[in-house]
Design a protein around this ligand. Structure first.
Ligand SMILES: [Zn+2]
Length: 136
């Protein structure tokens, strides 16, 4: 890609599966307890499915019982962009990748210590790079 960081839908449709596109680029949500990582306990770093920016670390992952991968903090506040989501008649905080604006999930304030926050993320928005995996 020669042009800047802004990619169009055509680019993402080519790069992502249909369900990944619906979730990452059209703010979809995968059904609970169906994603690749909701119950995953492997150690490693979770990268953005779209642009590979590192978003979360497995050491901050916990079992929220929600059926989605849940973290109490991102690797860096700079990795995540928060916006108000008023769809479905609710006031929720949407979280996106700061680099490519991929939709990740939502942020809730019912998480565990030390942050009290729950970053509720779609598995389809993430790729786990295990600590034993080769560097990308
Ligand atoms: Zn991204």
């Amino acid at each position: 890609m020669a042009e800047g960081d802004i990619k169009n839908d055509e680019y993402w449709r080519d790069k992502l599966s249909a369900s990944e596109f619906r979730i990452c680029r059209e703010k979809g949500t995968e059904p609970a307890f169906t994603g690749e990582y909701w119950n995953c306990q492997r150690a490693g770093r979770y990268r953005c499915r779209c642009c590979a920016q590192i978003l979360f670390d497995s050491q901050h992952k916990y079992d929220s019982g929600s059926g989605w991968p849940s973290f109490y903090q991102p690797v860096s506040t700079d990795a995540i962009v928060q916006t108000l989501d008023t769809s479905l008649g609710m006031h929720r905080t949407e979280i996106c990748c700061s680099a490519c604006r991929a939709h990740l999930g939502h942020l809730f304030s019912d998480g565990p210590a030390p942050t009290g926050m729950r970053y509720c993320v779609n598995s389809a928005s993430l790729v786990l790079q295990g600590n034993d995996d080769e560097e990308l």
